[in-house]
Design a protein around this ligand. Structure first.
Ligand code: GDP
Ligand code: ZN
Length: 291
């Protein structure tokens, strides 16, 4: 059996890419009974029938799956945050980072509209996030700043782009000068306009990699335990081995390596304060859940 990757799903067909060939496949009947349904991004085993037709036989294990749009095995998410209009919010960015990393997707931070950063108010944030180990790109779609460099991040990866509305995601994609049709809602004609929409999911070729549709996270709620949250701040890890208590949440515990790192300026104070806010948040949720 051959192996390939589903790059498009439309009207009951799966388009499987294998070594630059596209094979139009249907799913074998067994998928109707099974819980697991092939999705875009899946690595699959397929059987060829005829020239370019075939059947998806088996879905290989997934690394992750987005729900809306349904795309699996996403490698990285470009999180776009503008420095102005809307104002930069590190609280919001941290939530995106936590939710995305929790899905096992690598985040890449893009600070957009840098032409508006006259007072250089985001410079310190850029430093802090880099110090915390994140890849940060500063761009302006208005004067094409930083775009060339960004083209290289897509190679050999499946990427998605996310961020608050109005931060310049579409402008950025347009400035990259590609013909993207990101919103494709095809109305099924046989059922009449508006009655039924079939979602067409597709990975688009993008500078040597693939770009998925913009994911909408139904919420940026942190669905994790306090312990998971502490681990999710992976830049804290290099200091937490100095914490006196195992499972230290770096809050009111004495002899905490993370709090010391904040005092020594090795972790930004603001990043730590936002961590505490998120910690309160997930603690409250735990209490509500378990009483
Ligand atoms: P989206 O909702 O994230 O897709 O954001 P859009 O791409 O629609 O952009 C929202 C607004 O920001 C539009 O009015 C754009 O013209 C503006 N905008 C986007 N990129 C830039 C930029 O680099 N500099 C400036 N000054 N404005 C921008
Ligand atoms: Zn600690």
């Amino acid at each position: 059996m051959s192996q390939g990757r589903i790059i498009k799903a439309l009207a009951g067909f799966y388009y499987v890419e294998d070594d630059h060939q596209i094979i139009q496949c249907r799913a074998r009947g067994k998928f109707r009974k099974d819980e697991i349904k092939p999705l875009v991004g899946d690595f699959v085993e397929y059987e060829v029938e005829g020239d370019n037709d075939g059947y998806v036989m088996n879905v290989l294990p997934r690394h992750n799956c987005l729900v809306r749009p349904p795309i699996c095995n996403v490698d990285q998410a470009l999180i776009v945050s503008s420095c102005k209009e809307p104002d930069f919010s590190s609280i919001l960015l941290d939530k995106f980072l936590l939710v995305i990393e929790h899905l096992g997707i690598e985040p890449i931070i893009i600070i957009s509209k840098m032409d508006l950063d006259e007072d250089e108010s985001v410079k310190q944030y850029v430093k802090d996030y880099r110090q915390a180990g994140y890849r940060v790109y500063e761009i302006s779609s208005k004067d094409n700043h930083g775009l060339e460099e960004l083209k290289t991040v897509f190679k050999d990866k499946v990427s998605v782009i996310t961020g608050q509305s109005g931060v310049g995601k579409s402008s950025f994609l347009n400035a990259l000068d590609i013909n993207l049709k990101l919103e494709t809602n095809e109305i099924s004609k046989s059922l009449g306009r508006g009655k039924h929409t079939t979602r067409h999911v597709e990975l688009l070729k993008m500078y040597g990699g693939y770009l998925g549709d913009t994911p909408g996270f139904s919420s940026l709620e942190l669905e994790m335990t306090p312990e998971e949250l502490a681990v999710a701040y992976h830049d804290f890890a290099q200091f937490s081995h100095e914490c006196k208590f195992r499972g230290c949440l770096h809050d009111s515990e004495p002899n905490c390596g993370v709090k010391k790192a904040v005092e020594d300026g090795k972790i930004s104070k603001e990043r730590y304060e936002h961590y505490l806010m998120n910690l309160q948040d997930v603690k409250k949720k735990e209490e509500r859940k378990y009483g």
